[in-house]
Design a protein around this ligand. Structure first.
Ligand SMILES: *Cc1c(COP(=O)(O)O)cnc(C)c1O
Length: 257
C-alpha cells in the first residue's frame, strides 16, 4: 500500500506538472483547468489514496463498478463523474452517486436522468457528449448500439458515444429545461475515425466552437471536458476546463475499460 501510495503520488505530480506547463504555454491560469482522475478498473483503495493526495474529482464509466466504489468511498470529499455510455435502466443507480454525468447523448436519457434526480432530490450536472467522428450533418459512422438515437430527428450517436453536432443544441436546451438537471457544458473523446482522427488539437478546437455556441444561449454552461492521458496538452491548448486522466495517474489498465 505504501508503494502504491508513492507510485500514485509520483504519477499525480507528473500529471500536475504537465497541466501546469500546458497552462503556461497557453497563457492560461492553472485554476482554469480541473483534473478528473479516471479510476475505472482500479480499486476503491486507490481512490482513497488519491483523495488523501488531494484529488477531488474522479470518473468512472461502468455503473456496476462505479456504484460499489462510490459507496466504499462515500466518506471521502469527492465529486463523482460518470463518463461512460449510459443505458436508461442504469440511470437510477448512477443518479444515486454521480454528481456529474458527462455522457448525455440522447433526449431519452435527459428524461430519465431528470425523473431520477427529482425522485431522489438531487441536482445533477449534465454535459452533452459530442461525437466528432462524423462531420456536421453527415451520418455517424458505426452508430452506437442499443437504444442510441432511437428518438430520431437530429443528433445521431457516434461510435464512442456522443451526439453528432447537429443534435447539441436540442440536448442542451432539453437539459437546461429539465427539473433536477443543470446544463454544465460539453464533453468529447478524441475520435479514432473521421476528419479529426489523429488531430486532437483540431478536434478540441472544434468542441470549443460548439461550446461558444452553447454558451451564447446558456451562459452558465461553461464546462469543456476534453483530453485524456495522451492528449491533455492539446485539450488545455484548445481551452478545456476539465481533463480526464486515467492511465497517466493509475497505470495501464489490466483490461479494456
Ligand atoms: C478511460 C477514459 C478516460 C481516461 O483515459 P486514459 O487514456 O486512461 O487517460 C477519459 N475519458 C473517458 C470517457 C474514458 O472512458
Amino acid at each position: 500500500m505504501n508503494d502504491r501510495r508513492a507510485e500514485l503520488a509520483s504519477n499525480l505530480a507528473a500529471v500536475e506538472d504537465r497541466i501546469t506547463r500546458a497552462c503556461a504555454a497557453a497563457d492560461r491560469k492553472r485554476e482554469e483547468v480541473t483534473l478528473i482522475v479516471v479510476t475505472k478498473t482500479y480499486p476503491a483503495s486507490d481512490v482513497r489514496i488519491l483523495s488523501e493526495l488531494g484529488v477531488r474529482h474522479v470518473a468512472e464509466n461502468r455503473d456496476q463498478e462505479a456504484g460499489a466504489k462510490a459507496s466504499d468511498c462515500a466518506d471521502l470529499p469527492l465529486s463523482w463523474h460518470f463518463v461512460g455510455q449510459l443505458q436508461t435502466n442504469k440511470v437510477r443507480s448512477v443518479v444515486s452517486y454521480a454528481d456529474v454525468v458527462q455522457s448525455v447523448d440522447r433526449p431519452r436519457l435527459v428524461t430519465a436522468l431528470s425523473k431520477e434526480a427529482v425522485r431522489s432530490g438531487r441536482e445533477l450536472d449534465c454535459l452533452v457528449q459530442v461525437a466528432l467522428d462524423a462531420d456536421f450533418g453527415e451520418a455517424a459512422t458505426g452508430v452506437g448500439g442499443g437504444e442510441a438515437g432511437a428518438a430520431g430527428g437530429q443528433g445521431r450517436t457516434g461510435a464512442r458515444g456522443g451526439v453528432t453536432p447537429d443534435g447539441i443544441e436540442e440536448l442542451a436546451s432539453l437539459i437546461d429545461a429539465a427539473e433536477g438537471l443543470r446544463l454544465g457544458g460539453l464533453m468529447t473523446v478524441a475520435p479514432l475515425t473521421g476528419p479529426y482522427a489523429g488531430r486532437q488539437l483540431a478536434a478540441f478546437q472544434r468542441l470549443m466552437e460548439f461550446s461558444t455556441l452553447v454558451r451564447a444561449a446558456h451562459p452558465a454552461a461553461n464546462m469543456v471536458s476534453a483530453g485524456m492521458s495522451t492528449d491533455l496538452e492539446q485539450a488545455v491548448a484548445a481551452g478545456a476546463t476539465h481533463v480526464r486522466v486515467g492511465t497517466a495517474v493509475l497505470g495501464v489498465r489490466p483490461r479494456l475499460g
